[in-house]
Design a protein around this ligand. Structure first.
Ligand SMILES: [Zn+2]
Length: 69
């Protein structure tokens, strides 16, 4: 997984908080358009806008199921 995180994600107002299935941290699913197929994906982000998989101690769980949430 890439470790460098350049731009924090912007969490839209009104996005309901969720819990990480791996570590239980509070996260937000930020909708975005996937470049590969133009479908709408949802990126799990920390409250500060960084992708949660970059900080989650259980991030290995996301590798196979990042689009399946
Ligand atoms: Zn987590």
């Amino acid at each position: 997984m890439p470790r460098k995180v350049r731009t924090p994600w912007v969490i839209p107002e009104g996005t309901p908080p969720s819990k990480c299935r791996g570590c239980g941290a509070e996260i937000y699913f930020v909708p975005y358009t996937r470049r590969v197929d133009k479908k709408i994906g949802r990126m799990p982000c920390n409250p500060d806008g960084t992708p949660h998989w970059s900080t989650c101690p259980e991030s290995h769980q996301f590798r196979k199921g990042r689009e399946a949430v």
